[in-house]
Design a protein around this ligand. Structure first.
Ligand SMILES: Nc1nc2c(c(=O)[nH]1)N[C@H]1C(S)=C(S)[C@@H](COP(=O)(O)OP(=O)(O)OC[C@H]3O[C@@H](n4cnc5c(=O)[nH]c(N)nc54)[C@H](O)[C@@H]3O)O[C@H]1N2
Ligand SMILES: Nc1nc2c(c(=O)[nH]1)N[C@H]1C(S)=C(S)[C@@H](COP(=O)(O)OP(=O)(O)OC[C@H]3O[C@@H](n4cnc5c(=O)[nH]c(N)nc54)[C@H](O)[C@@H]3O)O[C@H]1N2
Ligand SMILES: [Mo]
Length: 762
């Protein structure tokens, strides 16, 4: 290719329709919508049979989100969820991307397709190679593909010139083998989607509570007094969480939601498996909604904290025994809060004083509090601070480390938490490396590898030359699309292990290889017979997942098999690991995990029994393994973003019809937006102030360090969002997110607080 392909497809004319946002989540429309997605994939029978096996004890784990399954009430269909159905329909589709498909469509042509069109093409069936300068992918044998990758890897000046990315669907078994291979090859360059996702949670929680994971169990929801849902849209992204919230409500809990948008699922919910819900009005979930300004959660929390501190004058409100015996830095924290002026905090938060006072009263009354959050807190410059401020609130009430209370960072991908537990991390702990060294007889690299942002920069600067992705869609998931495209196109070789076609197969290095793999739902047969894998959900339960469907193509390999073959081809005699045995029988991989990672005692036994097992969690037990040996209060400054007259703060969010970069459809039913995705949600007053109207188009510009980034033609949608705040969908708006601006300490791109200017499209 003379000119590198553009990562931005040409803009299509969209006929977007707008109606009022929905007030109730799920219910009948959810059933209708999921049925439509099954039908569209032309494989109704296959998909329906898949659904019967989802989240059943002997079936597979839903490839959607990481919310746990209730153990007590599984219905025949597993626990029902509209977006789980869409995830299954995507994987069980009857459509295929074959070698003939690639003969018909050049990559030049594919680069002009939308993400929606690319994804809808179907499942990849054969390993494919794009040779240097070629216009089309062509078929390659598995053996030749592994050989080509191995040769390229072995020709690098240093193993650190290769990058090995992981998305969060990869099973524990595949992830463990993958990091073992990568470290035996010689690098810790293991960035993952977590770097763009809950990394801020991991950093904040490790520092304050001694473990980077949440502390609550599902049962805690049923005995809690108060759930605070902050910076999360569960109705769309974790629909099964709504049943837990409903159950909490029925048991007497209150719910506070903190979000710039009145997200549908948070307001009212009809359980699709409850006839009385379906007939009636459903359950009102949120008791108090606080429409916070984007990135002003710390101001809001500090305003609430100030009121609580006043109420605790007699020392009767906070859990002073807990504070005295289990925490540090309480007095510093109190001194810091007292410096702030209440009115300024209220004003910055964008929430009325009346609502803030009500929130403080509700929190004051609650003994047991659970706080749930997701990307609304993590993807900001101060993402780590956001979460630490949440922890401060919980600590005051002694609401960590006891039943009915605690932290609940709601994870994204179905095994993103497990992948980290397995060692997919660019900053491995020395103790973990020591174990690897002892068990597998090699000297693992000790220096830290690149995270996602550093990987992009390294490829851009020519410091990294091979990019290998275990799943995911790097070009569309990462910030600064044009810059990242240049980075990938700089590589000598890019390799994607994938189930479905996506933009990362089109925006490639000089050479590119696609390795098509089995999906979560599919039967995995190896030398020793049928295999199952295991995953860890958002609450630290490890359980099995057994594919039951016929694979989409007979040429697919499982992810563990791909890693083993690649390790054999690349490492040869250098590795003392018997990769062949691991590939043959995953029980042996689990034994290897058991001998390397704490908490996996009798892995093979326990993972086979019922619902799996909990991993140890010190915060849950109230044993805070931090540097101080206690839970730490922290001091967190306010956001330092100050918008000028012409600037707005933009968050990039998910529509109801997408799973990250996979676009299921073009509707966002809950928000009342149909038939298109290039929209910008704006407050009525802001639209009026500029003399604009709903339906008009705007060009969006972000300027960081003097560099101007542009995204064109977004249609204005009038929406109840705080003034000066706007929302767009990801990945369309990723071009505007600067690669070199990210959360302090966690390096998570600032996808939820991008300063933009708006101009009417010519
Ligand atoms: N169906 C479906 N399910 C998914 C996914 C999907 O794409 N589709 N993705 C999966 C993944 S990987 C993840 S990480 C999760 C993501 O789950 P979410 O984090 O719920 O996803 P987002 O759409 O990014 O929504 C962020 C929410 O935070 C709010 N928000 C944004 N900025 C702020 C802020 O400054 N303060 C506050 N308080 N709120 C804010 C937004 O209005 C929005 O409601 O979902 C997982 N599950
Ligand atoms: N602007 C902005 N950017 C964001 C976000 C945001 O909110 N705003 N969110 C961020 C977050 S939270 C995340 S987690 C990342 C997501 O980043 P990624 O995890 O990289 O992206 P996905 O879209 O989840 O990856 C989808 C692709 O995975 C492949 N796939 C699906 N199932 C399997 C499987 O079983 N095995 C293999 N090998 N491949 C499979 C398919 O080919 C599919 O095209 O994006 C981040 N980017
Ligand atoms: Mo995520």
């Amino acid at each position: 290719m003379k000119n590198p392909l553009s990562p931005i497809p040409p803009l299509e004319e969209e006929k977007i329709k707008i109606s009022k946002p929905k007030e109730v989540a799920a219910g009948l429309p959810a059933l209708v919508s999921s049925t439509k997605h099954l039908r569209d994939e032309q494989n109704f029978a296959n998909c329906t049979s898949a659904l019967f096996n989802m989240n059943q004890m002997d079936g597979f784990d839903c490839p959607g989100c990481a919310w746990p399954d209730p153990d007590d009430e599984r219905s025949r269909l597993g626990e029902y969820c509209e977006n789980g159905v869409k995830a299954i329909a995507e994987e069980a589709t009857a459509k295929r991307v074959t070698p003939e498909f690639f003969q018909q469509h050049s990559i030049q042509e594919l680069s002009t397709w939308s993400d929606y069109q690319l994804g809808k093409s179907g499942r990849l069936t054969h390993p494919m190679i794009l040779k240097e300068g070629a216009s089309h992918y062509e078929k390659i044998s598995w053996e030749a593909a592994f050989q080509a990758i191995a040769t390229e890897l072995n020709s690098l000046n240093s193993p650190d010139e290769a990058i090995f990315y992981t998305s969060g669907r990869t099973s524990n078994e595949a992830a463990f083998l993958y990091q073992l291979f990568v470290r035996q090859y010689g690098t810790n360059n293991l960035p993952d989607c977590s770097n763009m996702c809950h990394e801020s949670s991991g950093v904040a929680l490790s520092q304050t509570l001694g473990i980077g994971k949440g502390s609550v169990k599902l049962e805690d929801f049923y005995i809690t007094d108060l759930v605070i849902v902050i910076g999360q849209n569960p109705g769309t992204n974790h629909p099964r969480m709504l049943s837990a919230l409903q159950k909490a409500k029925k048991a007497g809990a209150k719910i506070i939601s903190i979000n710039p948008l009145p997200e549908t699922g948070l307001i009212r919910f009809k359980h699709p498996q409850s006839p009385s819900d379906m007939m009636g009005r459903g359950t009102t979930l949120t008791d108090l909604f606080l429409p916070v300004r984007i990135n002003e959660d710390i101001a809001l929390l500090k305003a609430i904290l100030k009121l609580l501190i006043e109420k605790d004058q007699e020392q009767t409100l906070f859990d002073h025994d807990f504070i005295a015996s289990q925490t540090t830095a309480y007095q510093d924290f109190i001194n810091d809060i007292t410096q702030y002026d209440f009115d300024t905090l209220v004003q910055r938060s964008g929430v009325s004083e009346k609502k803030i006072k009500k929130a403080a009263r509700m929190i004051a009354r609650a003994d047991k509090i659970i706080t749930c959050w997701a990307m609304g807190l993590t993807q900001h410059k101060n993402g780590v601070a956001n979460i630490q401020e949440v922890v401060n609130l919980l600590l005051l009430k002694g609401s960590v480390g006891r039943p009915g209370a605690g932290t609940c960072p709601v994870r994204g991908h179905s095994n993103v938490q497990g992948d980290r537990t397995m060692g997919i991390w660019e900053k491995p702990k020395p103790a973990f490396l020591d174990k690897l060294a002892a068990n597998f007889e090699f000297e693992p690299p000790r220096h830290h590898g690149f995270n996602t942002v550093e990987s992009i920069e390294a490829m851009h600067e020519g410091k990294a030359k091979v990019f290998f992705a275990m799943g995911g869609n790097f070009i569309s998931a990462t910030p600064d699309t044009n810059y990242t495209a240049e980075a990938l196109q700089n590589c000598n070789l890019t390799v994607q292990v994938s189930t479905k076609l996506n933009r990362s197969h089109v925006i490639t290095g000089k050479r590119a290889i696609i390795l098509p793999c089995l999906g979560r739902t599919e039967r995995d047969v190896q030398g020793s017979g049928e295999q199952f894998v295991s995953v860890e959900n958002s609450m630290g339960i490890v359980h099995s997942s057994t594919g039951t469907m016929t694979p989409a193509s007979k040429h697919l390999l499982s992810e563990p098999a791909i890693v083993c073959e690649l390790a054999k081809a690349t490492l040869g005699e250098k590795s003392k690991v018997n990769w062949h045995l691991y590939q043959n029988e995953y029980d042996l991989v689990r034994d290897a995990i058991e001998s390397t990672i704490t908490g996996f005692e009798n892995y093979n036994g326990r993972v086979r029994s019922g619902y799996g097992f909990y991993l140890p969690n010190c915060a849950r037990d109230g044993d805070f393994k931090t540097a101080t040996g206690k839970a730490n209060f922290t001091i967190n400054p306010l956001s330092d973003i100050n918008l000028s007259e012409e600037e707005y703060l933009m968050m990039t969010i998910r529509s109801h019809d997408q799973f990250n970069t996979t676009i299921y459809g073009l509707d966002d039913r809950y928000r009342g937006i149909y038939n298109g995705r290039r929209v910008i949600l704006m407050n009525k007053a802001d639209i009026k102030a500029r003399g604009w109207k709903q339906g008009q188009h705007l060009d969006l510009v972000s300027i960081y360090d003097g560099i101007e980034r542009k995204a064109l033609r977004f249609m204005i949608v009038e929406y109840p969002i705080p003034t000066k705040c706007v929302a767009t969908y990801f990945p369309e708006a990723n071009v505007l997110v600067p690669v070199n601006h990210f959360a302090d300490k966690s390096h998570t791109p600032i996808s939820k607080s991008v300063v933009v200017q708006l101009f009417q499209t010519n």
